[in-house]
Design a protein around this ligand. Structure first.
Ligand code: PFF
Length: 451
């Protein structure tokens, strides 16, 4: 049944894996989701809570996912089967595969918007406003379908290249480029009028706004942003060598994700206030900030359009940046069901990528024409699906596989880990703290949905 280790692929280098995993984590969630959540939820107060969620919940769960993946050298279904004989363990992995398929179905549509906006900016500045506005329509089914299919084709092309030749090579190029473009754009936006107010809003903590809702949104954002709960990091972990220190790698990936989200805040929030100072509306009639989709896809293009010639460069750069961040995430979302097909159904990587990719493309075309579905899919697969998956990973690793076995796996690349302070601390987090907090998030999410 299982294919040999050789045909599954391996990361070529330590840095290659870290960039690929950071590429999975850094995506629309960081640049589209995080800054508007900060602006909506009391500025720096949200950042503090988000940071705590990433370090207290995200990091231990990430280490657990990587350990399960590297120990089993399998996709999430096979991985859970390897670490537990319980009948429900493979079902948890299968739930992850379904989450990957469904999240990708709408993620592609949003990623497609970024590509559409590159053309929107170009045609706007070339003096074709009608054509530009066609590319900028968020609810144009045909346009959405074209761009999501193109995005999927790019993802499939990289995935069929394999682990080190496809995923690792692409992310090794895209990630440094992304950080460079982001840095350049921040420096530029900070020179514009109105940006200082944005920086002030971003960094001013309003601790009175901390309530359970804020904690729960920060937690959900942390899960989605770190790509946790659906086995993406089990899958990426399954291509890791025994020499790699899992704790160190997970720490780098978490810090990269948090760091880039923090940087994106320095771009988006000041940019919103720059837009406001040039007459663009960023708050609705009740004084609430526009929803994240409106902010990123309507307010920012208006700001670019008000900037003259330099707006073309800034606008194209911004949407290329967003598209690149999305691409390194769509790769990891597709890799989960592809690895499942390769391991469990004994098909080639090419067949797996085209068959599963084709199915997801079909779903994405449906979502393209009915974009109202995005909200529903977000609730089911992000808000409920990922925390549920994360909770189950903690239960399996903590109580079925046992943290002692996981620590044995972690000790490859981190010698003597059992005798360090890390071992009891991580075990306590996986067995008690993480399931407790994630369980509370999960119950509250369900409660909020039905109230
Ligand atoms: N982490 C990605 C983002 O922030 O956009 C989204 C994501 C990718 C979620 C991969 C889950 C996943 F497995």
């Amino acid at each position: 049944m299982a294919t040999s280790e050789k045909s599954r692929g391996n990361w070529n280098s330590k840095l290659g894996f870290i960039l690929a995993a950071a590429g999975s984590a850094v995506g629309l969630g960081n640049i589209w989701g995080f800054p508007s959540q900060v602006a909506d939820n009391g500025g720096a107060a949200f950042i503090v809570i988000y940071l705590l969620c990433c370090l207290i919940i995200g990091l231990p769960v990430m280490i657990a996912e990587l350990a399960v993946g590297r120990y089993s050298k399998k996709n999430p279904v096979g991985a859970f089967r390897s670490v537990s004989s319980s009948w429900f363990a493979p079902l948890i992995g299968f739930w992850g595969v379904i989450c990957g398929v469904m999240i990708l179905s709408f993620y592609l549509v949003v990623a497609g918007w970024t590509a559409g906006y590159v053309f929107e900016e170009i045609f706007f500045f070339m003096g074709y406003p009608e054509l530009a506005s066609w590319f900028g329509q968020l609810d144009n089914g045909l346009k959405n379908a074209i761009f999501s299919v193109l995005f999927m084709l790019a993802t499939i092309a990289i995935i069929t290249g394999g682990v080190s030749n496809g995923i690792e090579k692409a992310t090794k190029l895209l990630m440094p480029l992304l950080i460079f473009i982001l840095g350049m754009m921040i420096l530029y936006v900070l020179t514009l009028e109105g940006s200082a107010e944005g920086v002030r809003v971003y960094l001013r903590p309003d601790f009175s706004s901390i309530n359970t809702d804020l904690v729960f949104s920060a937690m959900g954002q942390a899960f989605f942003s770190l790509s946790l709960g659906m086995g993406a990091l089990i899958t990426y972990g399954s291509y890791l060598s025994k020499k790699q220190n899992l704790v160190e790698s997970a720490t780098y990936v978490t810090l990269a994700d948090v760091g880039i989200a923090f940087m994106a805040g320095f771009l988006i929030i000041p940019a919103m206030y720059v837009a406001q100072s040039s007459g663009v509306q960023i708050f609705d009639a009740d004084g609430n900030l526009f929803a994240s989709t409106t902010l990123v896809f309507n307010v920012l293009p208006e700001m670019f359009h008000n900037m003259g010639g330099i707006g073309l460069i800034a606008g194209v750069m911004f949407f290329v940046l967003l598209g690149m961040a999305a691409l390194t995430s769509t790769i990891s979302l597709l890799e989960v069901p592809v690895a499942y097909m390769i391991d469990e159904h004994n098909v080639s990587r090419k067949q797996a990528a085209w068959s599963i990719g084709g199915l997801i493309m079909f779903f994405a075309v449906i979502v393209s024409f009915y974009i109202g579905l995005i909200d529903l899919l977000v609730v089911i697969f992000n808000n409920i699906g990922l925390p549920l998956g994360g909770l189950m990973i903690c239960v399996v690793v903590g109580y079925l596989w046992k943290t002692e076995s996981a620590l044995k796996e972690i000790s490859h690349g981190f010698e003597n880990v059992e005798n360090t302070w890390f071992a009891p601390l991580w075990s306590f987090f996986i067995k008690v703290i993480c399931p407790l907090v994630i369980g509370l998030v999960f119950i509250s999410t369900i409660y909020n949905i039905f109230n």
